[in-house]
Ligand binder design. Structure first.
Ligand SMILES: *[C@@H]1O[C@H](CO)[C@@H](O)[C@H](O)[C@H]1NC(C)=O
Length: 497
């Protein structure tokens, strides 16, 4: 037996003796239990900024909340906002997690190696390797055993969570606190969870392929709760991930509040909590009401502003990646009280990673709603390696949404009934093949009536639509261009935004 083997055996034995009961962690807000808590899951330590002050939090995370496996939601850090560390050994979260640094600071650290460090690295590689190996093997075995021995379910310790949820704070206050002090990607995850768990569901307001949408109450205010069925865990995770992209918050993008996965023993409930807008979707709104010229410009301009913000890549520490929606339609846009749009349903969106010029997930060919698919998506000629292709496909769909809005515009006493795009050319729930024949082969587009020419606003809207519908994606307008044109129109027509 070599020395190393003896050491390993001893370490393994030690591991066996030390486990078998619950994991104990430091807990910043557990006065009653002398700042400790017990769990069957993990210890978590987290550091972030709140109102300019550094906040250190240490809590227990129950095993049931360690999902998805391998990359638990509660253990993720948010770049520049929140640094989180999960570990599985008693009191291992006693450490000081470093303050979140902004993106970019990382790149500097590699090149700042001085000669001393270099010498140290060259002089001691063997020693370092041995130590790392020993520690690694020790931790691995300890963790494995600790994990498999823990079966006991713990009653959640509620005292740990209420740290940042002073009784008098409203949701707006909370989000405001976070977005002014952090980088605007939202609430810390454990606050999200506490918010989600104190919502009282009121009534169901919609159903979709992923699950249901409910109206809920939190501290007297309305919130919307999208409940995913448990087999839609991936969609839930993806949508939460996209909404928490740094600097995504914008008045014309649905305001995200919280994501939560609640295990009630038999199944997991996956919640996505967002702002509630009583008008519902643009589709419902246009079915119910016609709009004035001013109303039309407001809807169109705000939708373009939201899409322009989504598409735009902002560089720098307070930046955001470019995002393409991929399922833009009137049912996925909400109408706010002030008559402006908020783009929602980001579950199919893709992000552009500009450093590597790649897309953050492997995009499958044809997702989204067939009726709104751009010609290049229908005939599969879209260049999926190129992020801009997805933006161009969004613009085509935006053009169709504009057509739906403009038809409902009441100018000189005339307006048309609500219809979906291509209502006269394809059946309801059309097949891809049926759409492809109409849009690609026959090159048909929704009808732009001649009488729109007699009203400046409708004329401009008609022109924008045509320039959104070109068969060649690259020839279409950009969201920013549309936003500028409509801003100009809103000034000419004296629309108050
Ligand atoms: C964590 O708990 C241990 C044991 O109670 C204690 O010795 C240690 O000081 C604690 N660490 C922090 C940072 O509070």
């Amino acid at each position: 037996m070599s020395l190393k083997e003896i050491a390993l055996t001893l370490l393994a034995l030690f591991g066996l003796v030390a486990v078998g009961n619950a994991l104990r962690c430091n807990c910043t807000n557990c006065e009653k239990t002398s700042y400790e808590c017990e769990t069957d899951g993990a210890c978590m330590a987290s550091t972030y900024f709140n109102q300019g002050k550094e906040q250190h939090v240490r809590i227990c995370i129950d095993r049931d909340n360690l999902v998805p496996p391998g990359q638990p939601f509660y253990c993720l850090s948010a770049e520049g906002l929140l640094n989180t560390h999960c570990c599985y050994v008693d009191y291992c979260n006693s450490i000081e997690v470093p303050v979140p640094t902004k993106e970019g600071d990382w790149s500097g650290s590699a090149s700042s190696w001085g000669p001393v460090e270099l010498v140290a690295v060259i002089a001691g590689p063997v020693f370092l390797l041995c130590v790392l190996l020993m520690v690694g093997v020790f931790l691995f075995q300890y963790h494995q055993r600790a994990y498999s021995h823990r079966q006991r379910l713990e009653v959640e310790d509620p005292s740990c969570d209420h740290l940042y949820l002073a009784k008098d704070k409203t949701l707006q206050d909370l989000i405001y606190d976070m977005s002014t002090s952090g980088s605007g990607s939202g609430l810390p995850l454990f606050v999200q969870r506490t918010v989600a768990r104190t919502i009282v569901l009121q009534e169901i307001i919609g159903k979709g392929r992923f699950g249901e949408v409910w109206r809920g109450k939190w501290r007297g205010g309305d919130v919307a709760v999208k409940i995913f069925s448990s087999r839609e865990e991936r969609s839930w995770f993806r949508e939460a991930e996209i909404y928490q992209t740094i600097m995504l918050r914008h008045e014309n993008i649905l305001g995200f509040i919280a994501a939560d996965n609640k295990d009630n023993g038999t199944w997991t409930q996956l919640w996505l909590v967002s702002d509630y807008h009583e008008h519902g979707s643009l589709f419902d709104y246009l079915n119910r009401y016609s709009v004035t010229i001013e109303g039309m410009i407001k809807l169109a301009l705000s939708a373009a502003s939201g899409l322009a913000h989504l598409h735009m890549e902002i560089l720098g520490t307070q930046g955001k990646p470019g995002i393409a929606h991929r399922d833009l339609k009137s049912k996925n846009i909400l109408v706010k009280k002030n008559g402006m749009c908020a783009i929602a349903d980001l579950g199919l969106a893709v992000r552009h990673e500009s450093i590597t010029d790649t897309i953050d997930i492997a995009p499958n060919q044809r997702v989204g709603t067939k009726r709104y698919m751009a010609p290049e998506v229908l005939d599969e000629t879209i260049n999926m390696k190129h992020f801009d292709s997805f933006k161009c496909a969004d613009i085509y769909a935006l053009g169709l949404v504009y057509w739906e809005i403009a038809r409902r515009c009441n100018a000189g006493g005339i307006h048309e009934e609500y219809q979906l795009p291509y209502y006269d050319l394809v059946p309801s729930d059309p097949a891809i093949e049926e759409m492809r024949k109409v849009v690609c082969d026959q090159k048909l587009r929704p009808n732009v009536p001649n009488w729109w020419q007699s009203y400046e606003s409708l004329r401009v809207m008609g022109k924008i639509m045509r320039e959104c519908w070109y068969a060649n994606g690259a020839a279409r307008l950009t969201a920013l261009r549309i936003k500028k044109t409509l801003s100009q129109l809103s000034v000419e027509e004296d629309v108050k935004m």
